[in-house]
Design a protein around this ligand. Structure first.
Ligand code: BTN
Length: 270
């Protein structure tokens, strides 16, 4: 195998080589290091960046996740943000994160044969451990979403055991850890952008229900006992289903049925 194939560093030319998309990744902004690609993409969007443009970095010094959490982003990971400007009146931006997690789950499965799982609301796991996080941020104009920045982080070419602190080590993994080898990051990026564009177009034409149906095929947590935590309370119950709006349907121990909406909740399978 050539050294370049094993390299942790991204090669800008290779990020677009053979890319078969109409819009996604047609413009790619690359930096060795940024604070957060989401912040960078939001700035680019405010300066007029078009749908499909991407900000990607080798490392992030202040990578961010949901619930204002830090996202550890060492060299060797795939850290990027995609700018979307949905034309339809889309009142549920959270749907777009389902589009993204489905695309990631399918890509990692198809490219590397991994048995990927989607975990509500928008994580992708392998062997019950998180391999990818997705952080979508919408800016609205009236009721219509003006811009949606879709931040995707995939733990790729680094040893998860070595990189992550003790507190999250048991819950996280990486492609290198799962495959016992390094992958070509640029190729993963290209295949993922192709899948993202196809899944996004499918969503805009056919609607959310069709995406959700596919997403559920990977949702192994359904039917399991889970604990849902928001800032103030913990609720346990059976993860029964995800409703047509993307809310988790939780059958609580007292028999009550709760629809939990994405935003300020995290979910731990028990
Ligand atoms: C989460 O699981 O909480 C979401 C994590 C999302 C991380 C990605 S990495 C690229 C983009 N830039 C960021 O600062 N965050 C997202």
């Amino acid at each position: 195998m050539k050294t370049s194939v094993m390299s942790e560093r991204l090669n800008l030319v290779k990020l677009q080589e053979g890319l078969r998309t109409r819009l996604f990744g047609r413009s790619v902004f690359f930096s060795e290091e940024v604070a957060s690609t989401n912040e960078w993409a939001k700035k680019l969007a405010s300066q007029g960046a078009r749908e499909g443009w991407v900000a990607i970095a080798g490392t992030q010094t202040h990578g961010r996740g949901r619930l204002d959490r830090e996202w550890i982003s060492p060299l060797g990971g795939l850290w990027f943000s995609l700018i979307l400007r949905p034309k339809r009146r889309l009142t549920k931006p959270a749907n777009l994160t389902f589009v993204a997690s489905l695309a990631v789950a399918e890509t990692l499965h198809e490219q590397y044969g991994l048995r990927t799982q989607t975990k509500w609301p928008n994580d992708v796991l392998v062997n019950e451990r998180k391999i990818c996080g997705i952080f979508g941020e919408a800016s609205t104009l009236g009721k219509k979403i003006n811009t949606f920045v879709l931040g995707i982080g995939i733990n790729a070419n680094f040893d998860a055991e070595r990189v992550f602190p003790e507190s999250i080590r048991a819950m996280t993994t990486s492609l290198e850890t799962e495959l016992n080898r390094r992958i070509q990051l640029e190729e993963l990026f290209i295949r993922l952008l192709e899948k993202l564009e196809a899944t996004y177009l499918h969503y805009t034409k056919r609607g959310f229900s069709s995406i959700l149906k596919q997403w559920k095929k990977y949702a192994d947590f359904l039917g399991q006992r889970v604990e849902v935590t928001d800032r103030n309370e913990k609720v346990t119950g059976l993860a029964f289903d995800v409703d047509k709006d993307g809310a988790l349907i939780l059958l609580q121990d007292d028999g009550a049925c709760k629809h939990v909406f994405a935003g300020d909740v995290s979910l731990r399978t028990k």
